[in-house]
Design a protein around this ligand. Structure first.
Ligand SMILES: NC(=O)c1ccc[n+]([C@@H]2O[C@H](COP(=O)([O-])OP(=O)(O)OC[C@H]3O[C@@H](n4cnc5c(N)ncnc54)[C@H](O)[C@@H]3O)[C@@H](O)[C@H]2O)c1
Length: 458
């Protein structure tokens, strides 16, 4: 009897250990917050530079047709090797608007869905290659997981995930199913970012030691509008969470210029946020000094600043501010041992030996022309015509479809999606714990040094 009890106890402990290893555990040892790394399933391999079977015409299901989804329908309808077969949104008016947009371009009518859980049935359809997600943030990962589980590639608006646990779920599912899971991070494809990536890869800046990125965008009007974001989802996020809610526009281009998980990796971050002032002030102005909205405890600090240190000893500074009255900025600066580039607030390039001042605007522009990225050379003019933040959105879609058509690795892989999105929760953890350092998980589980540079495959 005694030995039976002993064996049962051991079995219970083992099963607890297995459950614990599947969860993300948080520890605060040695003044660093760290999260456990879940173990991959037996035989599960990484998906670095994953190649899948080429798809002649990429059949797309588009889920979420609000501000962003409507624009995606327009852009994708210009790409001959892509076909939108499903349109899905809770709002039938948005589905009709998207259908009208397809018809205006002479595209075939897509199947329509308006149910809250219809994305599950859509993911099960046999005639879809790519699920393209433009919903509010909380649905990105659930839909992406369901899509891959059912054998589809998935492209999701940013951030791809809102917790570290979701980031790991995306990585695990992509590795298990060998399907692409990509971020729709358009800022990587902006003209200056593409040119500076090209310059960085050609060594013009020398060793890049520091990068800065940001999302500084006064979106208070949209956030407080009852109709701009469906169900005011973005206001709810600002009420609930502090930290950097929207890191990918800032980190994406910097991470690629600095070869993150292609020879270097982000090790830890520290994050500091101001208290919250702007939302309350705006709510008072909009609804009145004593209104319920002015009394809400918005948790989101107005300006959040994060510093990341990499394995090779480089740093990245990220900022997030969506509630202060100031001009738009993503910073996008790269400091190297031989030169410097900066996009906002003044676009400039500086190189040794005259690096005390920026090149003249004429010299800067002629260098940007010389180092125009080959992909921009190929598709930049058409992108400007189609539009979408000046063309970068179209280049993003064009690249996604091109790589799927040719069976090439995607420019942004699931590890990019996980690393960039994980900053949402990691910055929150730091801010809520007196800016303690927080370890950034290695989502490649050791494969970060397997390839040595970012490649946009041709
Ligand atoms: N990359 C960029 O430059 C950029 C710009 C704007 C927005 N975004 C991102 O795009 C996403 C959408 O933002 P938005 O401004 O279009 O918001 P939005 O509120 O206008 O659109 C979201 C849509 O999702 C729909 N939706 C919600 N639940 C659904 C469900 N269960 N099934 C089907 N549809 C559902 C809503 O009805 C709504 O129309 C967000 O992730 C945002 O961060 C990215």
């Amino acid at each position: 009897m005694k030995s039976f009890l002993k064996i049962s106890l051991v079995l219970v402990l083992i099963s607890f250990a297995i459950i614990a290893s599947a969860e993300i555990n948080l520890s605060k040892k040695n003044n660093v917050i760290s999260l456990s790394t879940p173990r991959p399933a037996k035989g599960q391999l990484d998906v670095i530079e994953l190649r899948c079977a080429p798809i002649d015409t990429v059949r797309i299901a588009l889920i979420g047709l609000g501000n962003r989804g409507a624009q995606a329908v327009n852009r994708l309808s210009y790409i001959k090797t892509a076909k939108i077969v499903v349109l899905c949104d809770l709002n039938p008016k948005y589905v009709k608007r998207a259908q009208d947009s397809l018809r205006a371009k002479g595209c075939k009518k897509a199947d329509e869905y308006t149910g809250v859980d219809d994305w599950k049935a859509i993911c099960k359809r046999k005639d879809i290659d790519l699920v393209y997600v433009c919903t509010n943030w909380e649905l990105h990962t659930p839909i992406a997981l369901e899509a891959m589980r059912n054998g589809k590639h998935v492209a999701t608006e940013v951030p791809a995930a809102v917790t570290v646990e979701e980031c790991w779920a995306l990585v695990d599912m992509a590795e298990k199913t060998r399907k692409h899971c990509t971020n729709l991070e358009n800022c990587n494809y902006d003209f200056f970012e593409m040119a500076t990536l090209n310059m960085a890869q050609k060594g013009l800046f020398g060793e890049i030691i520091h990068g800065e990125g940001a999302y500084i965008h006064d979106i208070r009007e949209g956030v407080f509008s009852p109709t701009y974001y469906s169900n005011m989802w973005r206001l709810k996020q600002n009420k609930k969470f502090t930290g950097n809610l929207y890191p990918t526009h800032g980190i994406g281009p910097i991470a690629h210029a600095m070869n993150i998980h292609r020879g270097d990796k982000m090790n830890f971050l520290v994050s500091v946020s101001t208290n919250q002032f702007g939302m309350t002030e705006y709510a008072k102005k909009l609804y009145g000094e004593n209104s319920a909205q002015a009394k809400v405890e918005y948790r989101h600090g107005d300006m959040g600043t994060t510093i990341i240190k990499t394995e090779l000893g480089k740093t990245i500074m990220l900022q997030h501010d969506v509630t202060s009255p100031r001009p738009y900025s993503r910073l996008h600066s790269l400091t190297g041992t031989k030169g410097f580039a900066q996009k906002y607030p003044v676009t400039g390039l500086a190189f040794e030996p005259t690096s005390h001042s920026f090149l003249s605007p004429e010299k800067r522009d002629s260098m940007l022309k010389v180092y125009e990225h080959p992909i921009v050379k190929e598709i930049g003019e058409m992108a400007k015509k189609v539009g979408g933040h000046g063309g970068m959105d179209f280049i993003m879609d064009y690249r996604l479809i091109y790589c799927l058509n040719h069976g090439l690795p995607l420019d942004q892989d699931v590890y990019d999606a996980a690393e960039w999105s994980s900053i949402v929760e990691l910055t929150r953890l730091s801010v809520e714990n007196h800016s303690m350092p927080v370890q950034i998980p290695d989502f490649t589980r050791g494969a970060w040094n397997k390839v040595k540079t970012v490649t946009y495959f041709k």
